[in-house]
Design a binder for this molecule. Structure first.
Ligand SMILES: Cc1ncc(COP(=O)(O)O)c(C=O)c1O
Length: 405
């Protein structure tokens, strides 16, 4: 091993446990072992075939255009299509030239915002539990990360009083995810309004990750840019990975005040230079061809049935598990305290043993925060109903064999 030291920053974050589980899965797959996959946070259906046909044709007919570098901000047609889409669904108007910028997915969007906004020592507040890479992006900037705990008893809705205790004059940003990964809850309007008032009082940024804004089964998505009432202090992260079903294309966007968007564009030049060209054309077609509305109807119907089937089977098979019936997104976040405490087992060991013994893969909860200890995240969109019901039985079998069910 080289004795030349690495940057201290490289040691600040750990490899995601989610990626570790995915690595074990790929070993199993190579050995031809069948398992029920409730782990990856990705859509359960391929993209609409019309998007793929459009791309195939574009690559054939206009190969140079389809594969060229594009502006760092993204192509103008896509920026305009996103502005129209936000006006249509969210009811607000943005300047596509200055208030929107394309990124390589929500992941790069979060990283670029952390890079643009945070100085070492700045406080950034996130919920606990939360999507781990969001935390990592701010830790890499040497932010002081603070957490606001939320619990299943409150439907994972945060309390404004508690938020008030956590924020201070040193708070640079509060990051929220709505609809949520891992809990499936949609933040309510009262909280968003109160958050906006606090942002105004304390002068912090609201960073709102709305990657799942269209993956809604009940209630409605509340658009934070509008509902918090402080658009000058709100930056929204978005993704084409979830509702269009194309996570591998790596495309998303940020919208917000122009002075931040221009900084993000400048910084992006040093990370990925420009967004992927073909992904932009796929996104453009998805938004402007009418495919989006049809595909959403089709996929949400399937996902809803999967959610309901798993919930029914799991409630019956594992009755002491506690979980929110998710209003949105792809996940059940499940409290297994009752069983795992009796077994004196943590959630990481549970996930590993369950995969080895019962061939069910899921994600341990503790990487999502302290509130995730002895929890697991279960993705319900990636398997058909019978396999989801079978997974519930296998999880029950795991506990029965050990005498705790
Ligand atoms: C809340 C949230 N934000 C961002 C991402 C990253 O998505 P993308 O594929 O757009 O980078 C995910 C992926 O699971 C997510 O759940």
């Amino acid at each position: 091993m080289s004795s030349t030291p690495l940057a201290a920053r490289a040691g600040v974050v750990r490899e995601s446990v989610i990626r570790q589980v995915l690595a074990i899965e790929s070993q199993l797959r190579r050995r031809g072992v069948d398992f029920i996959r409730l782990s990856a946070g990705q859509p359960g259906l391929p993209p609409d075939p019309r998007v793929l046909n459009f791309l195939a044709q574009l690559l054939k007919e206009k190969p140079a255009q389809a594969t060229s570098y594009t502006p760092t901000s993204g192509i103008l047609e896509l920026l305009e299509a996103i502005a129209s889409d936000l006006e249509r669904y969210g009811g607000f108007t943005l300047d596509p030239l200055q208030e929107i910028t394309i990124t390589e997915g929500g992941a790069e969007a979060t990283f670029l915002l952390a890079l643009a906004l945070v100085n070492p020592g700045d406080e950034v507040v996130l919920f606990d539990p939360t999507f781990p890479p969001s935390v990592g992006a701010f830790q890499l900037m040497d932010a002081k990360v603070k957490f606001l705990p939320v619990s299943v008893e409150d439907g994972y809705q945060p309390s404004l009083e508690k938020l008030q205790e956590v924020v201070s004059r040193n708070t640079k940003a509060v990051l929220i995810i709505t609809p949520d990964n891992p809990t499936g809850r949609i933040l309510n309007r009262d909280f968003l309004k109160g958050l906006g008032e606090l942002a105004e009082d304390y002068g912090f940024w609201i960073i709102s990750d709305e990657a799942y804004k269209h993956i809604i089964y009940q209630e409605v998505h509340h658009w934070v840019y509008k509902e918090a009432g402080v658009p000058d202090q709100t930056l929204v992260i978005n993704s084409f990975s979830k509702d269009p079903g194309m996570p591998g294309f790596r495309i998303g966007y940020i919208y917000g005040p122009r002075e931040i968007i221009s900084q993000v564009r400048k910084l992006k030049q040093f990370v990925t230079l420009t967004p992927s060209s073909i992904a932009q054309y796929a996104a453009l077609y998805y938004l402007t061809s009418g495919v989006k509305e049809e595909y959403l109807r089709y996929s949400l119907e399937i996902y809803r049935k999967r959610r309901d089937a798993f919930y029914r089977a799991f409630k019956k098979a594992v009755p002491e598990a506690k979980t929110l019936f998710p209003q949105a997104s792809f996940y059940f976040f499940v409290d297994l305290q009752h069983y795992l405490a009796n077994l004196n087992m943590d959630d990481i060991a549970f996930a590993e043993e369950l995969l080895k013994e019962q061939r069910v893969s899921l994600i341990p909860g503790s990487p999502f925060g302290r509130q995730g200890i002895r929890h697991v995240r279960i993705t319900f969109v990636t398997e058909p109903e019978e396999r989801l019901e079978e997974a519930a039985e296998r999880i029950a079998e795991f506990f029965k064999r050990r005498g705790v069910l």
